[in-house]
Design a binder for this molecule. Structure first.
Ligand code: FE2
Ligand code: FE2
Length: 370
């Protein structure tokens, strides 16, 4: 059985130092969907803690009196290089000496006050992700290309959506080729390991869905263009989530009725975006449009039932639920596959029973972490 473990490394943590409690509270609130924040008002305690655990990133607020904020950067960089610990340095635009000093260090992103919450999240995120993406250079070429290419597609789609420009399916398909090859060769473990800790959750989820759909497709003998449709469909199935408000998309608790209504619109947003494309295979639209439909008609957006549900949609529904259950979030540990299967087994009438058996058998056959 594939082993899907919860990681308990410092990678879930963000450290933040300031002598201003309000700033620390703001940082903690801004990051709470992504990280457990540990706050410090004492630089020696911070340095001591860094010796014991390396967090995902460190936020240094220049409002720091016991040691100058630049001295903290210097001390931290002596202990940990830029690829080990990204730093976000917050100061006022008038503190030009501090800005110049901080920018003299590698892996330090300077953010000036006042800043928007999303700017802080983006600063942390771009720092964390560039450290993780730099590690991809150390993995085997096909898997490395799979990661880099799919991330390229994903990032450029974010731009295309905001510009209202259609996606060229041919370029997404080209970018999915190495992923298909890695899965074909049963050589995708490092690739999945490489996205652990990446803090673009939508990318991580879509990449896992693409990989599992590709694996599932190959296990039931789907080949060629149809296999590409499945894989690219996995990567594109949730792109409409890019326009869902951050606080709904990343809410740690259960969504209330209004929030769930907003969340459900991601399917329409995805279809609206994909419909602009003139070279998209029908199957990709089916995966995107029907992955939340259920066999008994209780799904969304259309409440399709039984034979109205295409086989691709049935496969995508299984993989999407399995993936969502076993994905790791800060507020939700990765669930072991056995438990995910048991939950899925209790969803009576929702999922295709024959495909469920095939999927379980395929995972029993898989080796290592998924
Ligand atoms: Fe979805
Ligand atoms: Fe999904």
């Amino acid at each position: 059985m594939a082993d899907i473990q919860l990681e308990t490394s410092g990678r879930d943590y963000l450290f933040a130092i300031s002598d201003n409690d309000n700033h620390l509270t703001q940082i903690e609130k801004a990051a709470h969907s992504f990280y457990r924040t540990r706050t410090f008002d004492d630089s020696s305690l911070l340095l001591d803690s860094l010796n014991k655990r390396v967090p995902s990133a460190l936020v240094i607020d220049s409002a720091q009196t016991d040691m100058s904020s630049i001295d903290i950067v210097t001390r931290v960089r002596r202990m940990l290089s830029a690829d080990k610990l990204p730093i976000v340095f917050i100061c006022s635009p008038s503190q030009t000496d501090l800005i110049d000093g901080a920018m003299g260090y590698q892996g330090v992103n300077v953010l000036t006050k006042p800043y928007r919450r999303t700017a802080l999240l983006n600063a942390i995120s771009s720092q964390v992700n560039s450290a993780i993406e730099a590690d991809w250079d150390n993995i085997e070429p096909v898997q490395q290309a799979a990661l880099k290419n799919t991330l390229d597609s994903f990032n450029s789609i974010a731009d295309l959506i905001s510009e209202g420009t259609p996606v060229a399916y041919s370029s997404v398909a080209e970018n999915c080729q190495p992923l298909i090859k890695a899965v074909q060769d049963q050589n995708f473990q490092e690739m999945l390991g490489g996205i652990r800790g990446h803090d673009n959750y939508s990318y991580v989820h879509s990449m896992r869905v693409a990989t599992l759909l590709s694996l599932f497709g190959q296990a039931i003998n789907i080949k060629g263009d149809d296999l590409m449709t499945l894989t690219a469909g996995g990567l594109l199935h949730d792109v409409g989530k890019m326009v869902i408000p951050h606080e709904v998309l990343n809410k740690a608790g259960k969504l209330d009725d209004d929030e769930f209504a907003i969340m459900k619109t991601h399917v329409d947003h995805t279809l609206e975006f994909l419909d602009k494309s003139n070279d998209l295979p029908k199957g990709v639209g089916i995966i995107a449009g029907q992955h939340h439909e259920k066999l008994d008609g209780s799904g969304y957006p259309l409440g399709l039932a039984g034979t109205e549900l295409n086989q691709l949609a049935r496969m995508a529904a299984i993989i999407d639920i399995f993936s969502a259950l076993t994905d790791r979030r800060v507020y939700k540990p990765s669930m072991p596959p056995e438990k995910a299967f048991s939950i899925m087994g209790s969803m009576k009438g929702h999922l295709d029973p024959i495909l469920m058996v095939a999927f379980k058998e395929m995972l029993l056959d898989s080796v290592g972490d998924l």
